[in-house]
Design a binder for this molecule. Structure first.
Ligand code: ASP
Length: 609
């Protein structure tokens, strides 16, 4: 037996007990020849003291101990000397007087200290096993386990069955690039790693399993942003004979359970619901952060008759004028910074510009004059490249509509509704960051965004594309619009769950009829031949009594990240890839031998160097 107790277990009540502990030397202190160590295992720390007067040989050996050595010690639990207790430590009232010491393995000096936050993430990833020894990282993984366990328990109790679906599967239209795996047994053929188990989970409904879930690994070959990984985990759910609201209620129950068990927090349900249109119109985002207002305000009526040609022509052309009021931002935004913001919206979103009005607060200067000076004209303090074109009436209405006051900055958007909403939505978030509107906030603003459009027109592909995926069901009242070819007006029975401006997951009620599915494929430009090749299995399955069904998937990594308050998704994944898709510890991906490639009928065209 390696140990009788773990390192976070012994208390004053254990005084006099003979115990054996095993773990790592967390720290070592030499107090005039008496060695003290903090022994660490995954549960915590216990102080061990080596006393030369009682156990000279053991004390002698303790001089050779170094940080991260793996040791086993046996000794008696003793109270610490009065005044030397450590109230910050659960075991801080006691120490072990070591009578035996066994070094199980020596350790080299670690490449970075394990007791503090290390900034160099490449180094942390290279020695990931050491990084994971840090209590913060180990804590993240343990909380992740709690969340997955709560998920499994909750869904099991609700009658859901966990079923694994293939990892070697076919390319799927989930919207990203596929990872391909060549088939040795079928020369020239490829599997794709699943972007999501979407079709399998639907086929499990046709199979009559009724309630499916999976903690599913998904793979998407994308350029990696901060919160993305090429492989990630979804809590994937699908059920038959279920409505959209019933799925949403199920997910609310699941999140209640997760937050209760992982965080000890009671979250309020039902979550508010907002249509996609309102989310975009008011917050400029399909995942609005509703912890602060700064809503987009429509000004079309104010500038309908305007002399300012830019606004006027947008209104005349059927576009919109909107603005947000960044309250109190004037002191934080210099002219140069505003120029930079304008560059940013131009390059990032193709906006034509970013019109603003800045109303700097005027410092009150005591006047030496006897007679008070006449107040400056009302709008004189407005700094803006466009305000000179506004009439007095426009300025008055604008100020009232926007609640514009000294110290504020207004930002304008004038273009198509979609473009204005998107750009101002991004400016809104940037203002919130600048003004630190959510700093220190413990609010948990959950929200359902519903009634997404089913289809969008892709100006790159010059055709309609599915906004979620092509298996999403149109709202029944919008099916006539689909038949009439008014594709962009068709809304979907789709829903996303959002927390504090982050999309936790999304899903939909699905199409379960062959003809409707074929129609959607046709609209998004999948020819009948291609339908047969790529989706023949699904279309056929729908002809054999497919039940109405729907589902959802939640991004587990992001959920864990939000719950633990980690800054990066990489901090909640044991062995993540960096932003070039590389595992710095194992150096994956690696070059392979040409013989291995030959066996799978592959020749690399990559240029070396
Ligand atoms: N398969 C979808 C996704 O991964 C989620 C769903 O519709 O259930 O985004």
């Amino acid at each position: 037996m390696y140990r009788t107790h773990h390192c976070n277990q012994l208390r004053k009540t254990d005084e006099g007990r003979s115990v054996t502990l095993a773990g790592w030397v967390n720290s070592r202190r030499d107090h005039g020849g008496v060695i003290f160590i903090d022994l660490r295992d995954r549960e915590g720390l216990t102080q061990v003291v080596f006393r030369p007067e009682e156990y000279p040989q053991v004390a002698e050996a303790s001089h050779g101990l170094r940080g991260e050595d793996v040791i086993q010690i046996t000794g008696n639990v003793a109270p610490r000397l009065p005044g030397t207790e450590n109230p910050k430590l659960a075991t801080g009232d006691i120490e072990i007087i070591a009578s035996e010491l066994k070094v199980l393995n020596k350790a080299d000096v670690p490449p970075f200290p394990l007791d503090s936050k290390v900034a160099n993430e490449d180094l942390r990833m290279t020695y990931r096993y050491l990084d994971l020894r840090r209590s913060e990282m180990a804590g993240n993984l343990r909380l992740r386990h709690r969340i997955v366990k709560a998920t499994r328990d909750f869904l099991d109790e609700a009658g859901y069955i966990e079923i694994e679906t293939p990892i070697l599967s076919n390319p799927t239209p989930e919207g990203a690039r596929d990872f391909l795996v060549p088939s040795r047994l079928n020369p020239g053929m490829f599997y794709a790693l699943p972007q999501a188990p979407q079709q399998y989970k639907q086929l499990l409904q046709v199979a009559g399993l009724e309630k499916y879930f999976q903690v599913a690994r998904c793979f998407r070959d994308e350029d990696l942003r901060a919160e993305r990984q090429p492989e990630f985990t979804q809590i994937d759910i699908e059920a038959s004979f279920i409505t959209d609201v019933e799925i949403q209620t199920l997910i609310e129950g699941l999140l209640v359970r997760i937050f209760r068990e992982a965080k000890g927090l009671e979250i309020k349900t039902p979550f508010p619901r907002m249509t996609y249109h309102d989310a975009m119109d008011r917050f400029g985002s399909d995942k609005p952060d509703t912890r602060f207002a700064m809503e987009l305000v429509d000004l079309g009526d104010v500038f309908r008759e305007s002399q300012f040609k830019v606004f006027r022509s947008v209104v005349d052309g059927g576009g919109v004028i909107k603005a947000i009021n960044a309250k109190g931002a004037a002191a934080l935004l210099s002219k140069e910074q505003l120029k930079k913001w304008e560059e940013w919206v131009k390059t990032e979103f193709g906006a034509k510009g970013l019109a603003y009005i800045k109303w700097s607060a005027v410092a009150a200067t005591p006047s030496s004059q006897e007679v008070p000076a006449a107040p400056p004209p009302r709008f004189a303090a407005w700094e803006s490249p466009i305000v000179k074109f506004f009439s007095e009436a426009e300025k008055t209405t604008l100020a009232a509509r926007m609640g514009f006051a000294e110290g504020d900055v207004l930002f304008f958007g004038a273009d198509t509704w979609e473009h204005v909403c998107e750009v101002l939505g991004r400016v809104r978030l940037r203002c919130a960051e600048l003004l630190e509107l959510t700093k220190g906030s413990d609010a948990l603003n959950f929200l359902w965004v519903v009634d997404f459009p089913l289809l969008a027109f892709s100006s790159e592909e010059l055709k309609h594309v599915a906004v979620h995926h092509p298996f999403t069901r149109p709202r029944p009242e919008d099916v006539p619009l689909l038949e009439a070819g008014e594709y962009r007006k068709v809304r979907a029975l789709a829903y996303d769950v959002v927390l504090n401006g982050v999309e936790l997951g999304g899903g939909s009620i699905r199409i379960h009829e062959r003809d409707l599915q074929a129609k959607i494929f046709e609209v998004i430009g999948v020819s009948p031949e291609e339908q047969e090749v790529k989706f023949g299995h699904l279309l056929r399955a729908f002809t054999f009594g497919a039940p109405p069904h729907g589902g959802i998937a939640l991004g587990l990594d992001r959920l864990v990240m939000l719950i633990v308050g980690a800054e990066s998704i990489r901090d909640v994944i044991a062995f993540p890839k960096n932003n070039r898709g590389i595992d710095l510890m194992t150096h994956s991906p690696v070059e392979v031998d040409f013989k291995q490639l030959r066996e799978i009928y592959i020749a690399s065209t990559a240029k070396k160097g």
